[in-house]
Design a protein around this ligand. Structure first.
Ligand code: SDX
Length: 427
């Protein structure tokens, strides 16, 4: 037995033996399979990349059937239990857990880059008061590329490190500023005497020079960011890799990730879950809502996953975080509706047969709301968590000798050649 696959092209009777490596065949190996007159050979066709590996990665491992998620080999449960968010970011970015000295140096580097150019505040003031925070984040992070032209030097490891620090340090500041902009509140500037999470929370919620930090809520937020930090080749990470493959600067590549995450089928789902719970309104309405989903009238937001065909391990951990948060803030009344939705869905053939389980977005929004964040801000918090993953994946793509500019092929099904019709002769 060999790690190969032998195929017979019945159009020509020719036999081909293709190598199997890491459970895959190379799509380019199909090009040798040609019929008469077919000078391109076979291509693989995989809309939405349902069964296509785009890269080799050492960053995150997911087993969708077993509900396993590991960052650089460490189980997510253990990372979330003990690590800080910056420690987790270091692990994703460097590939190893930092020593105390390495962590302290990394924290200092980030701490001393939290200020943004004051023109960013003028940029933000151009948005309407009711602009969606993800639209503002998308614009502001992309704009950072114009303040740091050295970020174009993507082949220089030191420059990549400087941009990584700038992103990790400045995106929370921008996220807090756009929160304040939406409320017509003055910006609260970064404080170096506070930790990463404490500084973000203070820039967001401080009023009149004061914000009493709640350590339980801050740790809960930190765990949520850790749980969102990376998730292999999801839609937004693939966007960062694809845009980054053109060798654009990392700020522009990350802004592409923010744009992808904005969508309701991806990071925007945590916001969509809360709107769904508001629409249901009462536990008594859950059965009717479930029936409407089964009738194809909309989706049960926060349920289902392309990879997890069992319970998303992050959703399990988030439910535990919810208990700690609601102990501090009082129970979010919508929790009862969510729990009833989950109970019914996990017993209902429609969801069971499609292996639909709660994903990371099902409960996270309830927690963010209890912490005082508005619904349209939830995906910004997802982006803050995913940031180190996007950067780590961008760097891995750049260093991967097999990668080049992403440019998929297509199957052309449009019009055959036809003569142009002058305007005067068109019907
Ligand atoms: C995230 O990829 C990642 O890793 C993403 C993420 C990350 O960390 O980066 O985990 C974060 O994006 C989580 C997903 C958040 N999105 C939602 O909660 C939105 C609701 N869920 C979906 O729309 C859906 O489940 C997806 C988008 C998550 C996955 O979609 P797939 O894999 O393309 O599945 P599909 O749309 O082909 O659905 C398969 C079937 C369909 O039914 P049939 O056509 O076979 O009859 O399942 C149904 C779908 O209609 N289905 C749902 C459903 N999700 C899928 N039906 C009702 N409610 C749902 N939520």
């Amino acid at each position: 037995m060999t790690d190969t696959i032998t195929v017979v092209d019945n159009r020509t009777g020719r036999e081909y033996t293709l190598p199997i490596v890491d459970g895959t065949i190379r799509a380019s190996d199909l090009a040798q399979i040609r019929a008469e007159g077919d000078d391109h050979g076979l291509m693989a066709y995989d809309p939405a990349y349902l069964n296509t590996a785009s890269c080799r990665s050492t960053i995150t491992f997911i087993d969708g059937d077993k509900g396993i998620l590991r960052y650089r080999g460490y189980p997510i449960e253990q990372v979330a239990e003990t690590a800080s968010f910056l420690e987790t970011a270091y692990l994703l970015l460097e590939g190893e857990l930092p020593t105390a000295t390495q962590l302290a140096a990394w924290e200092d580097d980030v701490k001393y880059h939290t200020y943004v150019h004051t023109n960013i505040t003028k940029f933000l003031s151009g948005f309407r008061y009711d602009a969606h925070p993800m639209g503002m984040l998308l614009g502001a992070v992309g704009a950072l590329s114009t303040f740091y032209p050295d970020a174009k030097d993507i082949h220089d490891p030191h420059s990549r490190y400087v941009q990584r620090v700038r992103l990790m340090a400045k995106v929370p500041t921008i996220a807090a500023f756009l929160f304040r902009h939406s409320r017509g509140l003055p910006y609260v500037f970064p404080r170096n005497d506070l930790g990463y999470i404490g500084n973000f929370v203070n820039m967001t919620f401080e009023i009149g020079g004061k914000h009493e930090p709640n350590p339980v809520l801050q740790r809960a937020l930190e765990i949520l960011l850790i749980l969102h930090a990376d998730h292999e080749q999801n839609c937004s990470t693939s966007a960062v890799r694809s845009v980054g493959s053109s060798q654009v600067d990392p700020f522009s590549a990350v802004s592409a990730g923010i744009a992808a995450l904005y969508g309701p089928l991806h990071g925007g789902a945590n916001e969509a879950v809360l709107r769904m719970l508001d629409e249901i309104g009462d536990v008594a309405n859950v059965p009717a809502f479930i029936e409407s989903v089964k009738a194809g009238k909309g989706r049960l937001m926060g349920f289902g996953h392309r990879v997890y065909k069992s319970y998303d391990p992050r959703a399990k951990l988030i439910k535990r975080v919810a208990d700690d948060v609601f102990e501090q803030t009082g129970l979010n009344p919508k929790l009862k509706i969510a729990v009833e939705l989950e109970r019914i869905a996990l017993e209902d053939e429609y969801f069971v047969s499609r292996r639909l389980y709660p994903n990371v977005d099902f409960y996270s929004g309830l927690i963010y709301q209890a912490m005082g964040y508005p619904t349209d801000y939830f995906t910004v918090l997802f982006a803050l968590g995913r940031l180190p993953g996007w950067i780590a994946q961008w760097e891995e793509m750049l260093r991967d000798k097999e990668q080049k500019i992403a440019r998929p092929r297509q199957i052309y099904v449009g019009a055959a050649e036809r003569p142009f019709v002058p305007l005067a002769e068109r019907g």
